[in-house]
Design a protein around this ligand. Structure first.
Ligand SMILES: C[S@@+](CC[C@H](N)C(=O)[O-])C[C@H]1O[C@@H](n2cnc3c(N)ncnc32)[C@H](O)[C@@H]1O
Length: 434
């Protein structure tokens, strides 16, 4: 099928039908050649990064919005605007190819209309852009509720910086499996394959490097043999901060797809047992796939972390990783659809779920044991305020230093999107009294 028409379909599925891009895009890419796959991805990511702005242009140029069955055509017009504004596709080709795609969407009757709107845009774009830049939601392409929350948390200037970073493309980070190679050895292998890389800045993030240019995982030396995995640098800090020791009984309570489970095992293969729990049975398949590829062992359980009595074996854990379900506002660079799929009211629900998971897990931690609380959120309600309220309610909980290097004991660590090119993440390490 025509790639632009496919992009319009995927965008309709995500924005109108609430499907996640990570589901809708791979399904649409299945039968495409690599070049068209990349083009489809670029168009879908690009339109989702700039959605309200493109919507505004469309509203300004059309008398009536396209509704119902014609909605895919609306997204085709946005695909057209996106190419005209943000890509190097020459204007005549962008208009021509987009107009051609009307056939594939079985709406040849709308060909003239699409042509007309795109050509009007070419004539009026300067004044439309000027108008769009006067509103924060259109300027930064974030929903109003999120703009407000970020401005409240970080102030206007910092919030603007964060939103600008959210609209950039995220780099491809790798985690070198230290059971096979040091990072320096693996870097040499990458160099041999003409893949340039940069190490993470944090000295303790010693398995992390990012590629200068993203590549297919199968082009990475030893990927299928478990020499390396794809994982953002910020996510890799979890296993270092958890600090598993020989003989530990460890719980990874919200484990899927298992990136932090396997990294913990790579760093300390001599633990007593790793229990990996997740509430989503489909995502748990990915945990097992990761364990298999890396030839590591864990007890994988389908269960609810807020109700551990349904699955707990009765032995308290030495260490617990609580990588809680969250707004994912720290990873908008990677998932540009998140901001349109989430609602402001989701945040309160998530905060309540995190609270109940945290409280339930605390009872399963040994006296003297350690719980690492993590989210890929940048909203204080899910992070430092969540931890503050937990500490106020539990006299046996103390916030401790995350590591020798990151040893500010009075607070956790809030990483913002693109700090050292990493995702936004939050970490806090809690110790239970002996
Ligand atoms: C941030 S993701 C975890 C990422 C994972 N730790 C990794 O590094 O690959 C949060 C996970 O929490 C799971 N989840 C949501 N609610 C849960 C619950 N009540 N109990 C257990 N897992 C839950 C989701 O299915 C999701 O896989």
């Amino acid at each position: 099928m025509n790639v632009r028409a496919l992009a319009a379909k995927v965008l309709n599925q995500v924005v109108e039908q609430g499907q996640s891009l990570s589901q809708a895009l791979p399904a649409a890419q299945k039968e495409l050649n690599p070049k068209d796959k990349a083009l489809l991805q670029m168009l879908c990511y690009g339109v989702l990064r700039t959605l309200p702005r493109l919507d505004f242009f469309c509203r300004s140029l059309m008398k009536k919005p396209l509704k119902g069955k014609q909605r895919a055509m609306h997204f085709l017009i946005l695909v057209g605007f996106y190419q005209l504004l943000y890509t190097r596709v020459p204007s005549h080709a962008a208009v021509g190819e987009t107009v051609n795609a009307t056939k594939a969407l079985k709406a040849p009757g709308l060909k003239g209309m699409v042509n007309g709107v795109l050509r009007s845009f070419l004539r009026e774009q300067e004044s439309l852009i000027e108008k769009a830049d006067q509103q924060d939601t259109l300027k930064y392409c974030h929903p109003g509720w999120l703009v407000k929350r970020l401005q409240k948390a970080y102030g206007e200037v910092k919030a603007a910086e964060i939103m600008t970073e959210n609209n950039q493309q995220a780099p491809m980070w790798l985690r070198v499996n230290n059971l096979h190679h040091t990072r320096a050895e693996y870097t040499a292998l990458l160099n041999k394959n003409e893949l340039a890389s940069i190490n993470a800045i944090d000295a303790e993030n010693k398995n992390a490097l990012r590629l200068e240019k993203a590549t297919d995982v199968y082009k990475l030396p030893g990927f299928e043999d478990g020499w390396v995995s794809v994982q953002d640098g910020a996510a890799q800090l979890a296993a270092h901060y958890l600090g598993a020791k020989e003989g530990d009984l460890i719980l990874d309570a919200c484990a899927a797809p298992g990136g932090k489970t396997v990294h913990t095992l790579e760093l300390q293969p001599k633990i007593k047992q790793m229990v990996a729990v997740d509430a989503d049975d489909k995502r748990l398949i990915r945990v097992q796939e990761n364990l298999d590829r890396l030839k590591l062992q864990a007890t994988v359980i389908h269960g609810d972390a807020s109700k551990p009595n349904d699955w707990w074996s009765g032995d308290q854990f030495d260490r617990i990783l609580c990588d809680a379900p969250c707004s994912a506002t720290g990873v908008i660079r990677r998932h540009p659809d998140i901001r349109w799929l989430r609602r402001d009211s989701d945040i309160t629900e998530l905060v309540n779920l995190q609270k109940s998971i945290l409280n339930a897990l605390w009872d399963k931690l040994k006296p003297g044991g350690i719980l690492l609380y993590a989210t890929c959120s940048i909203l204080p309600d899910e992070n430092e305020l969540q931890v503050k309220s937990f500490l106020e309610s539990r006299s046996d909980a103390t916030l401790i230093a995350l590591s020798e290097q990151y040893n500010n004991e009075s607070q956790g660590r809030q990483l913002l999107p693109n700090e050292d090119a990493m995702d936004g993440f939050y970490y806090a390490k809690l110790q239970k009294a002996k």
